[in-house]
Design a protein around this ligand. Structure first.
Ligand SMILES: C[S@@+](CC[C@H](N)C(=O)[O-])C[C@H]1O[C@@H](n2cnc3c(N)ncnc32)[C@H](O)[C@@H]1O
Length: 373
C-alpha cells in the first residue's frame, strides 16, 4: 500500500534531500521548509530510514485537524484509530512542537494527547499503554501551529545524524547530515579526488567515503521505531537489509584530509579506522598554508574556523590567505567553502560560481563554490 511520508532535514538541504528521495524510488516529492513530502510503499520507508544521508527523521502523518480549544484537542485526538498505532502492552513517547496562542504552556498539549490516546485504548481494550521517554516502542510527534494540529509517527527514533562513527568530536564538528548534504550539493562523484584540508574530526571525509562505497547511513543503528509499529513487516525489513549492502570501493577513489592540529588528526584517524575506512581516507597533520600542491585537479570541500567556536587572530586576514593559497597552488581545481563569517568570506578575493545558503546549527552560513582557473 502506498503511503504519505515526510522527511525532515536541515535548512538549505531540501533540494538534495528531494534528489536523494527520488534516487531511492520515492514519488510525489514536494520540498517545503526543512522538510520534503514523498510517497511510497513500506519497503521504501525502510530503505529511506536505513540508507538516506541527508535526512534527520522520517515521519508518517497520522492526523491533521483544526481545533478551537483544549477540549477540542482532547476529543479529536480521542477519535483517532489509536489501536492501529499501538497496543496496550507497548510504550510510547510524545514530542511536541507547539506554537499556538491556545496553549501558553507548551508542554500541556502533549499531556492532553497522552490522556486522550490512553483513554481511547483503555475504553477499547480495558488497559492502557505506558509512557517511556527514553526507549519507547512508538514515538509520536505533535505539531501545533495556532489552531492547526498535526500528529505524526516517527519511523526512526533518535535523529539520523547520529551515525555512530564519531567518537572523537574535534573542535567544532559539523552535523553529519549537513556534511553529507554539502558533499551532495557539490555534485562530487568518486572519480574526482576529494580533499578537506581543515578536516577536524573527519565528518566530510567519512560521509563522502561511506556514500562512495554505498554504505547505509544507519548501518550501526540497533533499532528503528518502525519495528515497534503494529504493521511492521519483518520480512520486508530483512530483505532491505540484505539488498542495501556495501558495494566495492570505486576504482581510483581518493579522499584526503589534513588539519594543522595533531590531536585533532589523531581523533579523526580513530573515527575513520573505527569504521574500517583507514584504507580509503588518507590523513596528514599539516597547516593548510604549507600543504604541497596536488599537481592535478581536485575538489576541495572545507569548513574553516568562523572565529566563533574557534577563535582567529584576524578572520579577514585568515580568509584572505585561504584565497591566496587557492589561487597559487590549486589552479584547475574547484574549492567549496562553508562559512558563517560572511565578512571574512569576502576577503577570499575570488568570484564564486555558486552560493548556497545553509544553516550550521543556529548559524546562517554560506556554502560557496570557487572555480580556480
Ligand atoms: C570548523 S573546524 C572543522 C570541523 C570539521 N568539518 C568536522 O566536522 O569536524 C575547523 C578546523 O580547521 C583546523 N584549522 C584551523 N586553521 C588551520 C590551518 N591553518 N591549517 C589546517 N587546519 C586548520 C582546526 O584545527 C579545525 O579542526
Amino acid at each position: 500500500m502506498i503511503r504519505d511520508y515526510i522527511a525532515t532535514t536541515l535548512g538549505g538541504l531540501e533540494s538534495v534531500t528531494a534528489q536523494e528521495l527520488e534516487t531511492l524510488g520515492a514519488t510525489d516529492i514536494e520540498a517545503g521548509a526543512r522538510m520534503v513530502r514523498f510517497r511510497g510503499e513500506v519497503s521504501l520507508l525502510y530503505k529511506v530510514c536505513f540508507t538516506a544521508r541527508t535526512i534527520l527523521r522520517v515521519l508518517e502523518p497520522l492526523a491533521s485537524f483544526q481545533i478551537q480549544n483544549e477540549r477540542d484537542l482532547y476529543w479529536k485526538t480521542m477519535d483517532l484509530p489509536w489501536r492501529k498505532v499501538l497496543g496496550p502492552d507497548q510504550t510510547f513517547a510524545i514530542t511536541g512542537v507547539i506554537n499556538s496562542r491556545l496553549f501558553p504552556h507548551t508542554n500541556y498539549p502533549s499531556l492532553v494527547v497522552k490522556d486522550a490516546l490512553c483513554d481511547r485504548i483503555r475504553k477499547d481494550i480495558g488497559r492502557r499503554p505506558d509512557v517511556d521517554r527514553d526507549e519507547p516502542d512508538v514515538r509520536i510527534n505533535l505539531h501545533i501551529f495556532e489552531d492547526q494540529v498535526d500528529i505524526l509517527l516517527d519511523a526512526v527514533g533518535s535523529s539520523m545524524h547520529m551515525r555512530g562513527y564519531r567518537r572523537y568530536q574535534g573542535l567544532a564538528p559539523l552535523n553529519e547530515v549537513l556534511a553529507a548534504g554539502l558533499v551532495k550539493l557539490t555534485g562530487w562523484t568518486p572519480e574526482i579526488p576529494l580533499w578537506d584540508p581543515m578536516c577536524g574530526s573527519g565528518t566530510i571525509l567519512t560521509e563522502a567515503a561511506e556514500w562512495a562505497i554505498g554504505r547505509p547511513s544507519q548501518i550501526r543503528r540497533g533499532r528503528f521505531s518502525f519495528q515497534g509499529w503494529p504493521d511492521y513487516e519483518p520480512g520486508i525489513w530483512r530483505q532491505i537489509k540484505l539488498t542495501e549492502k556495501e558495494t566495492t570501493v570505486p576504482e581510483g577513489l581518493e579522499i584526503f584530509g589534513s588539519d594543522e592540529n595533531e590531536e585533532v588528526i589523531d581523533g579523526a584517524r580513530k573515527n575513520i579506522r573505527g569504521v574500517g575506512l583507514g584504507e580509503i581516507i588518507m590523513t596528514e597533520v599539516c597547516d593548510f598554508f604549507s600543504l604541497t600542491p596536488p599537481g592535478k585537479p581536485v575538489m576541495l570541500i572545507m569548513n574553516p574556523p568562523y572565529d566563533e567556536k574557534i577563535p582567529l587572530e584576524s578572520a579577514e586576514e585568515f580568509y584572505k590567505k585561504i584565497g591566496d593559497k587557492l589561487k597559487q597552488d590549486f589552479v584547475g581545481s574547484t574549492a567549496w567553502i562553508l562559512s558563517a563569517n560572511k565578512q571574512a568570506m569576502r576577503q577570499i578575493g575570488l568570484q564564486s560560481a555558486q552560493r548556497f545558503p545553509v544553516f550550521n546549527g543556529p548559524l546562517p552560513a554560506e556554502f560557496c563554490q570557487y572555480d580556480l582557473f
